[in-house]
Design a protein around this ligand. Structure first.
Ligand SMILES: [Zn+2]
Length: 192
């Protein structure tokens, strides 16, 4: 089994326009194409938000809370010794660091969810093909979807299935929901 390779859509026919041949390419091939990167198509078909560095939430939380503690201690000693500068400075530091720490932790939790959903997104992304004739994205063989999708609907579908649909940009978030398959009324279970 060559499960790591993108399926070659040879002989695949686009359900949108009936196109085939060089017009139809696997989504991973399209995204690897420098031209698709330039004109933004690769971004529209991307399988997830970009990940920044690997980070350590625990360390960042401890560092942040230590600074909050330092700020609070400063403010406290300022109150006791009647030094308003310490009181104000310490309070500002404590509040600022609390806000920064909360922000860092929130974004790291988000990244963790993306990492957790990646295998699911990757499987869907690799299974799809793109037709340059009509711009449709579709799954050769019709599984899990038989209808052609726009790149935005495709991205929304993949990201939502992977559990990070809330991180879509507006353009994809506002895309109409993908058409449900007539064979599966109600669009229930996607697995066969
Ligand atoms: Zn087409």
């Amino acid at each position: 089994m060559q499960s790591d390779e993108a399926p070659r859509p040879v002989g695949v026919t686009c359900p949108g326009c009936g196109g085939s041949g060089p017009a139809v390419r696997a989504v991973p091939d399209v995204c690897a194409d420098p031209e698709a990167r330039r004109d933004g198509l690769a971004d529209r078909l991307t399988q997830g938000p970009g990940l920044t560095s690997r980070s350590d939430t625990v360390v960042h939380t401890i560092e942040g809370l230590l600074l909050v503690f330092v700020g609070a201690a400063l403010a406290h000693s300022g109150i006791r010794s009647g030094e308003p500068l310490y009181t104000v400075g310490g309070s500002v530091l404590a509040v600022l660091m609390l806000a920064v720490t909360a922000g860092v932790v929130r974004s790291e939790i988000r990244e963790r969810r993306v990492q957790a959903g990646r295998p699911r997104a990757d499987a869907l992304w690799r299974a799809a093909s793109h037709c340059s004739g009509c711009g449709a994205v579709f799954f050769p063989g019709g599984v899990p979807r038989s209808r052609p999708l726009t790149p935005e609907q495709f991205r929304k579908y993949v990201w939502t299935e992977a559990g990070y649909g809330d991180q879509l940009d507006e353009r994809a978030r506002d895309a109409a929901p993908p058409p449900t398959d007539p064979a599966r009324p109600g669009g229930v279970p996607d697995h066969v």
